[in-house]
Design a protein around this ligand. Structure first.
Ligand code: ARG
Length: 588
């Protein structure tokens, strides 16, 4: 089922267009007129659900008063079952009321439909989503949260719409940090797996040595060169570090309910043997310029403050390759091996210039065809509660696991206060869902390009645009069905829906916008739009629940219809939260 809102807008445009054609044929409007037809969703529903200013824009060429023309247009509009009534207001606005029966029939269809009425994507695209992508050797810290969860939410939405998604965790597994670890390992011959398992600590010690000893730093750099040249001993140790580090990542993904698996890892090192050929291809296409011994691409459109072109450095004077080089190789791979139609990069906004540059170079070099969409879905910074960079009290970076521990602990306490009667294991389970859900939702509900302040009290509040509020809204719907000992999945026996009360129409109209909302999120990579939709849905359900008794409805037909409306609400809330990677609970 296509979404009724955009469907309605299109439909009304068509009805208006055919009215214009008719008036042209009758000589009322000039034959050479090409009208631009605009239909808006009305804010004040008292005068209609949709409105058009068409008569005002055509009045002049038609040499008529807008109101008179509006009357002629309305009279010339073909009838349609979706339109209940048409009126004219003010200087000549055409106002259209949507048919409640028609809307109800669309909602009935959604209840029958396997994806709540969301039509399958057409055409289906193969979308590569590059997300999470932490630099390894350290444990994931708070800076890795945004890419991981925003990317995962968009990935889920794309898959739900029927696109073919390939997840790519482009981890930084090949940089200078590994030289440091290798050199430190040599010095200290740490062999116990247990000691290495505390990679964070090991990394810190290595970094300290690196900073205090120039001689150690030189050795670390040598080890990187050896590693990248394929020295077997370095490689074996490097693999070991990687395994431990990726194991930490995987534990975090599982805890967060993020859908990345080990098989989705394709880090920088995977492109190592293709880097030389990237350089060759750039040379063949005449894009390379040598500058101070380095191989660079200079593009007209990227200039520094003085107006000099900025280089994209492809290969350093010593022969080493760069971040940009592996990104070029990765783009080529995503086109030729993965067959991508579209590639999305969920990476910090601060890398915007990097992506503009490598996208431009990849196109010029013919690594990817013009038709392949490349989009940097940048995001802002997550700051501490005080708006300053998020650090531990001693100024260190905050490990993601520590942050999640605290979220779960706080959620557990809140839930225990509200439900002292629940058993401890159930409290733990709810605390986990609420704590993790709150952290994710707080991030997802902000526009990704803005910075935001991390605030436990806010995100765990049961009021406002938060995960606990939405999860609670779902439990309210669930409890209606629990009282009846029936499932919201099966409401076919309840007859057809009827929308009568304004609160029912408002809720129904919003439910009908689910598909349009998901399309938008898939196109723009903005989960906050889905959050906002769900928040609004919960609000409209609340009003409906207050104003329209379900179980206490006077007429059985009203009760049944409202149950169906509640079922669609509950299922949409659950599905929507699931697409955000947030679990729902039956009670909390
Ligand atoms: N590892 C990089 C970082 O932490 C992010 C990689 C993003 N993906 C990419 N294809 N460049 O900054």
């Amino acid at each position: 089922m296509p979404d009724t809102r955009s469907l309605m807008k299109n439909l009304i445009s068509q009805l208006l267009a055919s009215a214009v054609t008719r008036l042209q044929n009758e000589g009322v409007l000039p034959a050479d007129l090409i009208p631009s037809i605009q239909v808006e969703i009305a804010r004040d529903k008292a005068h209609g659900d949709f409105a058009s200013n068409l008569a005002m824009t055509l009045a002049k060429p038609a040499r008529m008063k807008p109101r008179d023309l509006a009357e002629k247009i309305v009279a010339a509009m073909p009838e349609h079952e979706a339109v209940a009534e048409i009126g004219i207001a003010g200087p000549g606005f055409i106002n259209i009321f949507q048919s409640k029966q028609w809307l109800a029939a669309r909602l009935d269809e959604a209840l029958q439909h396997e994806r709540l009425g969301v039509p399958a994507a057409h055409p289906v695209q193969r979308v590569v989503v590059d997300y999470s992508s932490p630099n390894l050797a350290k444990e994931m810290h708070v800076g890795h949260l945004r890419s991981t969860i925003i990317g995962d939410a968009v990935t889920r939405v794309l898959e739900y719409l029927g696109h073919e998604v390939v997840r790519q965790n482009h981890v930084g597994d090949w940089g200078t940090q590994f030289g440091m670890l290798l050199a430190y390992l040599e010095e200290h011959s740490v062999d116990a797996e247990a000691e290495l398992a505390d990679l964070e600590n090991f990394y810190r010690q290595a970094k300290q040595r690196f900073d205090e000893s120039p001689e150690f730093a030189d050795r670390a750099r040598e080890r990187v060169v050896q590693l990248q040249a394929g020295d077997p001993q370095c490689l074996a140790l490097w693999e070991r570090f990687n395994r431990i580090s990726l194991g930490h990542c995987q534990a975090v993904y599982e805890r967060l309910g993020v859908s990345l698996r080990t098989a989705d890892v394709r880090g920088e090192s995977a492109y190592n043997d293709q880097l030389a050929s990237v350089v060759d291809q750039l040379r063949t296409t005449g894009l390379l310029t040598e500058s101070q011994g380095a191989q660079c691409v200079f593009l007209e459109q990227f200039k520094n403050a003085e107006g000099n072109p900025l280089p994209v450095i492809i290969q350093k004077a010593g022969g080493g390759y760069l971040y940009a080089t592996s990104d070029l190789a990765a783009m080529r791979y995503r086109h030729s091996a993965l067959g991508a139609d579209r590639v999305l990069y969920f990476v910090d906004q601060r890398q915007a210039l990097h992506f503009q540059q490598v996208f431009a170079v990849a196109r010029l070099a013919g690594f990817v065809p013009e038709s392949m969409q490349l989009e940097h879905m940048g995001f802002g910074t997550m700051n501490g509660p005080d708006g300053r960079p998020f650090k531990t009290r001693s100024g260190g970076t905050i490990k993601l696991t520590d942050l999640l521990d605290e979220a779960e602990e706080r959620a557990h306490q809140l839930v225990a206060q509200k439900n002292p009667e629940l058993a401890e294991n159930e409290l733990r389970q709810i605390g986990h869902a609420v704590g993790i859900g709150a952290v994710k939702y707080a991030d997802l509900s902000k526009h990704r390009s803005s910075d935001y302040n991390f605030n436990f009290e806010q995100m765990l509040s049961f009021e406002g645009n938060t995960a606990p509020y939405l999860m609670y809204a779902y439990t309210r719907v669930a409890s209606v069905f629990r009282k009846l000992e029936r499932s919201m999945e099966h409401v076919d026996d309840l007859g057809a829906m009827q929308l009568q009360e304004p609160a029912e129409v408002e809720l129904g109209a919003h439910l009908s916008q689910f598909a349009q909302t998901l399309d938008y999120v898939a196109r723009e990579g903005t989960p906050h739009v889905l959050c906002h939709y769900l928040y609004e849905l919960a609000g409209r359900f609340s009003s409906f629940y207050e104003l329209c008794p379900i179980l206490a409805a006077e007429k059985p037909a009203d009760r049944d219809s409202r149950l169906r409306l509640a079922a669609l609400t509950g299922r949409t809330l659950q599905q929507g939260l699931n697409l955000l990677g947030i679990d729902t609970l039956e009670r909390m």
